[in-house]
Design a protein around this ligand. Structure first.
Ligand code: PEP
Ligand code: MN
Length: 367
């Protein structure tokens, strides 16, 4: 870790801003012991779910309002502020009444603009920091919309939490990271600190370090990692929780690289490489434009000879040969496939335009 200090959610911190604590508050003892152990590490905020949004009705639904007192007590003993998940205005009211320091909106709530608005309305005139998780589905606009709603309520300190996206397909992740979505969020909302929740992305503790490291390398501001004094006995999300001392080990292994380049030699090297990269990007655009011109010329022949645009065998041949060459050049097969699908889709659009324009012209000429 390194010492780049700034303010996150109104708290002066060094990167990464660290939120940790159990998935759910289960007993007074579990909350207190976890908090006392967490206080031995650079934890900025202690978390625990009190009202748990669970997929099935017979799972542990959270301990309810009593957990707020346990958390507050843990905060008094450790001196670390605390945060809970709120999913409606009643939760907000109870959390604020109990003096909870920071609120967070969970992934299942961010999906629903009505609920986010209800929470925003209950926050009018209140000065409490709010963290907003991405919606369960990969919809950036919904995430931005939730951030805007809370911002419009007058909340000054807002952070976004990336916890991954659910997908029907089975992957190694519990929730696919889709890194491009939080990256685009950061581009569009520069001032919103971005935290990563590797626990809900991974679903299993073995992957936590690797995903946390990616987040740090992408210059995330912080991490939310679930920890429990006895993870295997946890009433929810047992497989992804770690003990506070395992959290300490993870932090020790985490390399927190600097965002700014201070060393002049390194800076020159990187600038030189970036120049080369910029040139290649423009060369690529030139090549793609030339390829599109050829596609349009082919479209013209197809039009004149009454041939369909889509020729499945030709497309199959393109995908196979490009993927094979890509492999020889150490390019990922999936990446090459996606790239050519995109290029092919655009060729089809261009050819369709050539054909339809022609039709338009003929129609106009016949009028
Ligand atoms: C949680 O943080 O325990 C939780 C319920 O997370 P999410 O909203 O990301 O599913
Ligand atoms: Mn959880």
């Amino acid at each position: 870790m390194n010492n780049e200090s700034k303010t996150i959610l109104g708290y002066p911190v060094t990167r990464p801003f660290l939120v940790s604590g159990p998935c759910g508050a289960e007993s007074e003892e579990q909350v207190m012991q976890t908090a006392i152990e967490l206080a031995k590490h650079p934890v900025n905020l202690i978390r625990a779910g009190i009202w748990k949004p669970r997929t099935r009705p017979n799972s542990f639904q959270g301990i309810g309002d009593i957990g707020l007192q346990w958390l507050k007590q843990a905060s008094v003993v450790t001196g670390i502020p605390v945060t809970v998940e709120v999913s409606n205005s009643k939760h907000v009211e109870a959390a604020l009444k109990a003096g909870i320091d920071v609120l967070w909106i969970g992934a299942r709530t961010t999906v629903n603009p009505f609920t986010v608005q209800e929470i925003a309305d209950s926050l009018h005139g209140v000065d409490v920091p709010v963290m907003i998780k991405n919606p369960v589905n990969p919809d950036l606009e919904l995430w931005i919309g939730a951030i805007e709603r809370i911002g419009k309520a007058g909340i000054k300190h807002i952070a976004a939490i990336h916890r991954g996206f659910s997908s029907y397909e089975k992957t190694i992740y519990r929730n696919r990271p889709n890194w491009e979505i939080p990256i685009e969020l950061k581009r569009r909302m520069r001032d919103i600190p971005l935290l990563c929740d590797p626990s809900h992305i991974c679903g299993k503790r073995e992957l936590l370090l690797a995903v946390s490291q990616i987040a740090m390398d992408l210059n995330y501001d912080g991490l939310m990692i679930e920890s429990h004094i006895h993870p295997d006995q946890a009433l929810s999300d047992a497989k992804q929780q770690i003990t506070p001392s395992q959290l300490g080990e993870l932090l020790g292994d985490l390399i927190c690289r600097s965002h700014s380049i201070d060393d002049i030699l390194t800076l020159r090297m990187i600038e030189g490489l970036r120049e080369k990269m910029d040139k290649l990007d423009f060369d690529m655009l030139d090549l793609i434009a030339k390829r599109m011109d050829i596609a349009k010329a082919i479209g013209q022949y197809k039009k004149e000879n009454n041939i369909t645009i889509l020729q499945a065998e030709r497309w199959d041949e393109i995908v196979q040969s490009r993927m094979q060459t890509g492999l020889e050049k150490q390019l990922d097969k999936g990446f090459v496939k996606k790239l050519f699908e995109l290029i092919h889709q655009e060729s089809i659009t261009q050819q369709a335009e050539v054909m339809n324009k022609k039709v338009d012209v003929e129609v106009r000429n016949n009028q």
